[in-house]
Design a protein around this ligand. Structure first.
Ligand code: HEC
Length: 164
C-alpha cells in the first residue's frame, strides 16, 4: 500500500464500508437496493434505471412518481409480473414495438426489491425515497389476482396516473 493509488483505493473502501454501516438495517427494509435490478433489469433499463430514449423507458425519477398512488403501485406490480406490450411515449420520445418481459419467475421478495429500488431513484439516478413501499405481500396479492396479458397491462398503463 505504498503508492498513492492503492492508498486512495483503500480510503474509498473504508469510506464505502462506513457509509453502508451508516445506512443500517432500517434503511435496508425500505429504500431500494440495486442488486435484483442490476442482475435482471439493468441490461435494458441501464444502470441507475437511466433508460435509453426510444427503446427502454427511464425509470429513475419516473417510477417514484407512478408509485406515489395506489393505482400506480397496482400498475407497477403488474408490469413486472406480466410484462407489457404496446407503444408508449416516455420523455416525449415514442417507444415503438417495445416489449417488457414478464418477471413472474422472480420471488415476491425480489420483485418488491426491484420495484422499491426504481421507485427510490430520483431523475439523476440518486436515491430519492418518496415513501412508497412495495412489500413482498403486495406482490403475492397481485400474483393471486386476475392475470393480465402484456397488452392488458398496456391498457392499464393508459389509465394510470404518473405514466405520461
Ligand atoms: C429485455 C428488456 C427489459 C428488461 C430485462 C426489463 N425491462 Fe422493463 N421495460 C422494457 C421495455 C421495452 C418497456 C416498455 C414496454 C412497452 O413499450 O410497452 C419496459 C417497461 C417497464 C416499466 C414501465 C415503465 C412505464 O413507463 O410505464 C417498468 C416499471 C419496468 N419496465 C420495470 C422493469 C424491472 C423492475 C425490470 C427487472 C425486474 C425490467 N423492467 C426488466 C424492457 C425491459
Amino acid at each position: 500500500m505504498s503508492n498513492p493509488l492503492d492508498r486512495a483505493l483503500l480510503r474509498n473502501l473504508i469510506l464505502g464500508a462506513a457509509l453502508l454501516g451508516a445506512c443500517g438495517p432500517a434503511m435496508a427494509a425500505t429504500a431500494g437496493h440495486s442488486a435484483v435490478f442490476n442482475a435482471n433489469c439493468s441490461m435494458c433499463h441501464q444502470l441507475g434505471a437511466a433508460g435509453v430514449p426510444g427503446q427502454f423507458p427511464r425509470l429513475a425519477g419516473r417510477a417514484g412518481e407512478i408509485a406515489a398512488t395506489a393505482a400506480g403501485r397496482h400498475y407497477l406490480e403488474r408490469v413486472v409480473l406480466y410484462g407489457m406490450m404496446g407503444d408508449i411515449t416516455v420523455d416525449g420520445t415514442p417507444i415503438v414495438g417495445g416489449v417488457m418481459p414478464s418477471f413472474a419467475t422472480l420471488s415476491d421478495k425480489d420483485l418488491a426489491a426491484a420495484l422499491n429500488y426504481v421507485a427510490s431513484l430520483g431523475a439523476t439516478g440518486k436515491l430519492h425515497w418518496k415513501g412508497a413501499v412495495f412489500k413482498p405481500a403486495d406482490i403475492a396479492r397481485a400474483r393471486a389476482g386476475k392475470p393480465l396479458s402484456p397488452m392488458q397491462v398496456h391498457t392499464l398503463r393508459e389509465a394510470t396516473p404518473g405514466t405520461k
